[in-house]
Design a protein around this ligand. Structure first.
Ligand code: ATP
Ligand code: MG
Length: 560
């Protein structure tokens, strides 16, 4: 994060390529497949690709890798664009691999003409049988030696829709004995009679990833094509195709996927959670998607700082979710307005405060910043809501809140002493009775009383109700997709707690307006965590999401 931070290994490569004069500017791309919403793993790739061209001279394209018509959709395209822009990055060009379908087709024809590709009639199973194993070379397909003329004719027929799905493929003619299994005559085109989200019914043959990605990179003159480690075996083919086609020599570099613990980062798995209603959509605040994190209250800078901090690696590893929480706390501590909300209420009656009397107290919006970001008024009266667990009938030693005879400070207000409490027939405490000390008013305290605890509260008469949603880890396992059985068996049944009747201080009733005035408006509910207004809120039904609790376990670990 600091200026002197050393370069990561991709940045080093780029710096060398620029200083050696290999390039005078660099071009990167972020290449999502529009088959789902972006997740926190993608954020790493976005920060890396866009970060490179921000740091060095160049630009980044947004390229939708939309070569698989069956799973792709424009709703995903729109969501992806929204998320990248929200993260704070600007792409130079919005591009689609499908825009290159004509060019890719010409490339394929060129390969056939040069004798580097052939039409194969083998089924997927037959092909697999001839492929060999890592220790055993493969066998040639009986169709491998078709003439160029026959291949050209058959490929044209494939394009024209003369053959059913799966009946023919176009394969690269590389080497069935290659040590890299992926080089054993990989498939370049397959037949799929399916409507594409952009090209409609124009095509019934679609290029494979390997015959689209590197070629798109080359068409765009991408200098550094950064992808994740699973593509290492594809690099040979990436280079082979560029060489045989004689197109712009883009280079592929790989870094390790970033995965967070207690969640899954795979669009396919996240889609299952959405489709099978385990969550309420892609932007459910429990989801590790960018849209879920946004709804949960994460800020773009907290996600960027997190990605910067974890950096990039050459080996897969699991990142602690609590590190992400550390960065959002750091951000929100500086920007959020302090407010009081009682989530699990019990009534406190102040017996020596005149009934019917009320006064306005003042509370700083944010004591952490200069000028305190202004202040708001907080009404006080003889009946308050306090948190149920701030009272104990038989408090242990070092309990600094309320119990018979104990004193505590009410935030921004007075010191109170608990004298008595009331129980219902079932033995539950329903009300506690206190006396307050008029000289102990916050900011002008002359009482000389010393208390250790400070509690939040809301005046009963002035309180508004709100729904509060608390979130926990989505899974109970650190790596649900590495567990035995289905990953969904490890969903945390307590990942969502809905409190329908929380009491909030009256200023929070203006939360919708405050959000309109400042889209970054967030709150710290004192002692309860950081919260944001949920988009489902209406004027008379406000809903707050807890972004994160206040507890700072990670901060201790890294010595902050
Ligand atoms: P998923 O399995 O979630 O669909 P993907 O790799 O298939 O992931 P793409 O849309 O193809 O998703 O990814 C776009 C870019 O983001 C690729 O360059 C990919 O390598 C990168 N990416 C995807 N997941 C991660 C991750 N967990 N960490 C880092 N980069 C990632
Ligand atoms: Mg993919």
């Amino acid at each position: 994060m600091s200026e002197e931070k050393s370069l990561n290994f991709v940045e080093e490569i780029v710096e060398n390529d620029l200083s050696s004069g290999k390039y005078d500017k660099i071009i990167t791309r972020f290449p999502p497949e529009p088959n789902g919403f972006l997740h926190i793993g993608h954020a790493s790739s976005i920060c890396l690709n866009f970060g490179l061209t921000q740091k060095f001279n160049g630009y980044t394209n947004l390229r939708f890798d939309d070569t698989n018509p069956v799973t792709e959709d424009t709703i995903y395209v729109d969501a992806i664009k929204k998320d990248i822009a929200w993260l704070g990055f600007k792409w130079e060009n919005e591009l689609y691999a499908s825009d290159y379908f004509d060019t890719l087709y010409e490339f394929a024809v060129k390969l056939i003409e040069k004798g580097f590709a052939y039409v194969d009639d083998l089924s997927a199973e037959e092909m697999a049988n001839l492929k060999g194993t890592p220790t055993e070379i493969g066998k040639d397909s009986p169709f491998r030696n078709r003439s160029v003329a026959e291949n050209l004719a058959l490929f044209a027929q494939m394009k024209n829709g003369d053959f059913p799905d799966g009946s023919k493929t176009l394969r690269a003619k590389v080497d069935m004995a290659h040590v890299n299994m992926l080089m054993r005559d990989p498939i370049l085109y397959r037949i799929k009679h399916a409507k594409h989200h952009r090209t409609g019914d124009k095509w019934c043959i679609y290029p494979m990833y390997d015959f689209a990605h590197g070629q798109s990179d080359a068409i765009e003159h991408v200098t550094h094509s950064v992808c994740t480690l699973e593509f290492i075996p594809h690099r040979d083919l990436y280079n082979w195709l560029i060489e045989k086609l004689g197109i712009y020599p883009s280079h592929q570099y790989e870094f390790a996927r970033r995965n967070l613990n207690y969640t899954v980062t795979s669009k396919r798995k996240l889609l299952q959670l959405v489709n099978e209603n385990f969550v309420n959509g892609w932007d459910d605040p429990r989801m590790p998607t960018i849209s879920g994190l946004r709804r949960r209250g994460f800020t773009p800078s907290s996600i960027r700082n997190f990605c910067e901090r974890i950096g990039i690696a050459k080996r897969d590893n699991l990142i602690e979710y609590s590190l992400l929480e550390f960065f959002i706390r750091e951000d929100l501590n500086k920007t959020s307005w302090r407010r009081m909300a009682v989530l699990d209420p019990i009534k406190m009656v102040i017996t020596n405060y005149p009934e019917g009397q009320e006064e306005m107290l003042h509370g700083e919006n944010n004591p952490e910043v200069e000028g305190h970001d202004g202040e708001r008024q907080i009404p006080f009266s003889n009946e308050l809501w306090i948190e149920r667990d701030d009272f104990m009938e038989e408090p242990p030693k070092k309990f600094f809140r309320l119990g018979p005879g104990l004193m505590s400070r009410l935030k921004n207000a007075y010191i109170v002493r608990c004298d008595d409490f009331v129980k219902d027939a079932a033995g539950n405490v329903t009300e506690i009775h206190c006396t307050y000390f008029p000289e102990s008013k916050s900011g002008e305290d002359t009482s000389g009383l010393k208390v250790k605890g400070t509690m939040h509260w809301v005046s009963v008469k002035h309180a508004k109700t709100a729904e509060v949603r608390l979130y926990d880890r989505l899974f109970t396992s650190e790596e649900p997709d590495r567990e035995e059985g289905d990953f969904k068996e490890y969903l945390n049944p307590e990942s969502l707690t809905v409190l329908k009747n929380a009491y909030i201080e009256p200023d929070l009733a203006n939360a919708q307006q405050q959000l309109e005035e400042n889209p970054d408006r967030r709150y710290q509910f004192i002692r309860k965590g950081y919260f944001c207004l949920d988009a489902d809120s209406t004027a008379d039904h406000l809903i707050f999401n807890r972004t994160v609790t206040l507890k700072d376990t990670w901060a201790k670990e890294i010595g902050k």
